[in-house]
Design a protein around this ligand. Structure first.
Ligand code: 5GP
Ligand code: MG
Length: 181
């Protein structure tokens, strides 16, 4: 375990097994009809790469860049679209992938944007969903794991840009957050 990690919440093996199940569900639902996967950068990168390798079907991958945390451990309450151009989704089915559902603002903002751009179907998938009251009424269509209302890192999720490469989801030591804060 990394020295800055207090505890591992979800280990590699558990993540792998869960990904098999989610991939099967998504395949079952979209079977036959082409779709485009939209990855919300950067947090969903690791999750998406592992998930899509379980889906041996023709699909396109696009990325969008949004920011809501700005390097801190609390949401700023604002969702910024950082790309000059968004993926072309007019008339298409979209599978939107994010790392974690927290306040719900990101998913609401991105889904609304994709519909505004003419997406026909938008399904959403998150690795993690925090069990808490959301500022927007939203749930993902596919959820890897439900977790408590705590700040997590690893498997794509960062703290100040670090820890995304950890192969598990964990909680940082308090002194790590304090020392860098
Ligand atoms: P929401 O818009 O639902 O509040 O937040 C979603 C985004 O906030 C996620 O895509 C993720 O980037 C970030 N986020 C929310 N909770 C956590 C967390 O516990 N750890 C990390 N590293 N990022 C989080
Ligand atoms: Mg994110």
């Amino acid at each position: 375990m990394h020295e800055d990690i207090e505890k591992v919440l979800i280990d590699e093996e558990v993540i792998e097994k869960r990904l098999d199940i989610i991939a099967d569900r998504i395949l079952g639902e979209f079977r036959g009809s082409p779709f485009v996967v939209i990855v919300i950068l950067k947090g969903a990168l690791v999750f998406t790469a592992d998930l899509l390798r379980r889906m041996p079907i023709p699909l396109e991958i696009e990325c969008i860049n949004v920011a809501s945390y700005h390097g801190e451990t609390k949401s700023s309450g604002r969702v910024d679209f950082l790309d000059a151009k968004l993926p072309l989704v007019k008339g298409r089915s979209v599978l939107l992938i994010d790392d974690i559902l927290d306040t719900g603002r990101t998913l609401v903002a991105v889904e609304a944007k994709l519909r505004e751009q003419g997406a026909r179907i938008v399904k959403s998938c998150v690795l993690l969903s925090k069990d808490k009251e959301r500022s927007a009424e939203v749930e993902a269509d596919y959820v890897g794991f439900h977790i408590g209302n705590e700040f997590v890192v690893g498997y794509g999720l960062d703290y100040k840009g670090l820890y995304r490469n950890l192969p598990y989801v964990g909680i940082l030591k308090e002194e790590t957050v304090e020392a860098s804060g």
